[in-house]
Design a binder for this molecule. Sequence first.
Ligand code: ASP
Length: 296
Amino acid sequence: MALVGGGPALLVHGGAGRVEASGRDDRVAGVVRARDAAWALLEQGATALEAVLEAVRRLEDDPLFNAGTGAALNRDGFAELDAAVMDGEDLGFGAVAAVRDVKNPVLLAAEVLRSEHVLLVGEGASRFARERGIPACDPGELVTERQRRRWSLARRRALEERSGTVGAVALDAAGRLAAATSTGGMVDQRVGRVGDTPLPGAGTYAEAGLGAVSATGHGEYFARALAAYRAAGALRDAPPERAVRTALEAVARLGGAGGLILVDAQGRLAWHHTTPEMSVAWRTQAGEGAQIAPGA
Ligand code: ASP
């Protein structure tokens, strides 16, 4: 799907995967709330970076999504969180991975962006959070009953459904681009496993003059394909719709599936997914919308 825009423009996703029919409306409502909060900031003159942080922070706090509170649980039954944010203006990148005690990892990723580092992991990321005044949360607060049930099912190998990583891309009124992504990874993942989300160019990418991209799906494949960078780079010779498909084709050639959202430097939006569903909400000067799109 592609939409013609002009800045500001905003596109939010709530993960690619398979969603139970009963949960679809709630997911759409969740991405719409995050979109509206971020759009309100853009209208007040906020930067693209501030807008994507607001959208992703809201989705991290929504227990329905696999990020922050409500994140997927790993093999030992607790959440390890990954998040990244990228500012297209100067290729600034900040990310955290395998964090266990931070309620909003995307805000910690933003602190990393403002530091001399690109990626901090585990215990080191937690210590950095305290240095920056981000309080520790009890890891138990991140665990929802829903994810505990999914985890038990996955352990019995009865669960194939996965979805709920969150992300946002924005172009602000001044033409700046930014992307942010946040996830608890894959349900029942190995302790210490990190996917594509916090890797520059894999799950998250933004570059001035090109576009901003956030990915969701089986992270190992997105990382190997450098999917987010591939989509942004494809904008040099292709329209947005073609660019996201090109990147997902590269992921599919490796055996992976998932989705991508993109805004280009003109404010044109595009998204595509190779999983059964992906929830998205968007807004441009031309209008707004939201859907949990059927698969390609
Ligand atoms: N990409 C995320 C990961 O592999 C998971 C997802 O998007 O569902 O960690």
